[in-house]
Every structure is written in C-alpha cells, then in structure tokens.
Design a binder for this molecule. Sequence first.
Ligand code: ACO
Length: 311
Amino acid sequence: EPSAEERRFAEIIEADSRIEPRDWMPEAYRKTLIRQISQHAHSEIIGMQPESNWITRAPSLKRKAILIAKVQDEAGHGLYLYSAAQTLGIGREEMNEQLLAGKARYSSIFNYHTPSWADMGAIGWLVDGAAICNQVPLCRASYGPYGRAMVRICKEESFHQRQGFEILLELMQGTPAQREMAQDSVNRWYWPSLMMFGPPDDESPNSAQSMAWKIKRFSNDELRQRFVGMLVPQAEALGVTLPDPELKWNEEKQAYDMSEIDWTEFQEVLAGRGPANAERMRRRREAHEDGAWVREAAAAYARTQAERKAV
Ligand code: ACO
C-alpha cells in the first residue's frame, strides 16, 4: 500500500506536472537527478576546454569575440546546472570533489582533440546540435529546477549551433584546402557526436526508470535517430558528406539506416582512455588550483559584508 506522499508523487508525475525541491520524492529519483544533472554540469565545465584551445588563434577579431562569448556561455550553463543539483541537497564542493577525483562522469565528447579551426565549426554544428536534440525534451523534465534551467541553456545552444554551421559554411565556400579541412573535421566529429546520446537502448540501464519518471522523454536511440534525420539536409546545404556509407533513408521504417557505432571506442572513452581524458582532467585540476585565491577572496569579501550588515 503506497503512502500518501508516494501517491502524491505518482499523481504529479502522472499529471505531467512538476516536482519542486520541497516536495517529497523517492530517494532513487533524487539520486538519479543528482547523477544526471551533476554529470551534465561537469560536461559544460570540461566542455570549455576543447574550444578555449582556439581563442588565441581564432582567424579574426570577430571570430575570437564570438568564441569567447560561447565558452563563457558554457561556464554559465555549468553554473545553472550546479545550482539545480544543489536544490536536491548536494553541495557544490562535493560535486566538484567528485569531478576532480575522477569519480564523476562528464560527456564522452569532450575527450577528443581540436587540431583545426574547422573543429570549432564541427563542434558547434554536430556537438551542440546533438546537445540541443537531447536537451530540448529535458525542458519538460519532471523536476522543476532542471527543466527551467534547460530552457535558457537550449536557447543559447541554438545560437551556438548556428555559429558552428556558419563557420563550416564559410569554409565550404572557401579554397579547396578550406573545404578539405571542414570535411576532415566532420569526419572526426560525426561518430563521437552520435555517441553523446549514450549506449543503445537495450544496454542503457537507466533509461526505463528515467522515462517512467519523465526525466527523460525519449530513449537514447530515438534521439540519436532524430539527430541524424536533422543532419542529413543540413549536410547537403553545407556540401559536406556524413562519413557513413550505409546511411540511407528507409521508406518502410520512415527513418535512416546507418552503420553500427563503434561501441568499443565509446567504452574506452568512458573508461578514461580516450584521446584527451588525462589532459582534460589535468587542466581542470590546474584551473581549480589557480582559482583558489579568487574563491578565498570572494569568501573573505562575503564575510566582511555580512559582518558589516550585522553591525
Ligand atoms: N558520455 C559519458 N557517459 C555517458 C554517455 C556519454 N555520452 N552516455 C551515457 N553515459 C553513461 C551514463 O551516465 C551512465 O553512467 P552512470 O550510470 O555511471 O551515470 C551509463 O553511461 C549508462 O547510460 P544510460 O543508462 O543511458 O544513462 P542515462 O539514462 O543517464 O542517459 C544521457 C545518458 C542521455 C547522456 C543522459 O544522462 C542525459 O540526457 N544527460 C543530460 C545531457 C548531458 O549530460 N549532456 C552533456 C553533453 S552535451 C553538452 O554539455 C554540450
């Protein structure tokens, strides 16, 4: 026999309404949200690195200004998401410690290098495109603070995606060497961007429960399929080739057929053995240490302000 609060929780989920921080919730629901939201926040923070690599070398002042703004947006996304996770009763320091200790996950996609300027285009187009595809449904997540944080994040992600598309478009209208650079970058980012959606449905341990709780609204494979459907006409407009010889519209399925994803590569990256995992973690730890004086100064300022008010 479910308790009154369990019934109330089930009714809110059933009615497609929202669970708020003060509402009762099952411990497992709280844990799942802390897991997903903190991983998402860490992804935004680690995700600043592959692009910040190009800030000093952007090809023009305009591109540099846009790239700085974009990387700064990602810091902002990380902060909203840490705040949303904090409403579930976990501290910011604890989440940060989990990340620095290598105990927390962040998206696989940020463990790849960015050797060319075209990678700024491919990240915007493919990586931010995949992020939008995954995150628009999260705006309707059953947990209020998460869903609301996602609304603003998705708006900014849409802008990021457009700027990436535009970088690639400009390269594709350029010299043969520029076109080749754009295509090479799409070749390298296409498969990792499909891996962002997570393991196939039959190997996704969290999906069924997260969908029942209406945190996730679509399965990993459904979103991956939707993403590919979005990319095909955009690739045509750009004049780039998606690097999958098996990619073909299947009239009967009303969806694209595609090659099998290399899940061994995905597992390797998740296990910490991707091309840039070690470097990303090293850089994050350094940045945290370098920022110690800022945290100390901010805390000291807050203390003196509070003391002054008390007087
Ligand atoms: N990179 C790293 N880990 C992943 C990835 C990935 N691309 N995909 C799945 N995983 C992990 C899951 O976190 C889970 O591990 P855990 O149980 O230790 O937490 C495991 O693989 C199994 O996956 P699922 O059961 O499918 O996990 P889940 O239901 O959480 O679905 C998904 C994964 C789709 C990534 C989901 O967590 C999600 O939508 N998160 C929010 C979006 C997000 O984090 N985006 C970050 C990248 S986009 C950006 O920031 C620009």
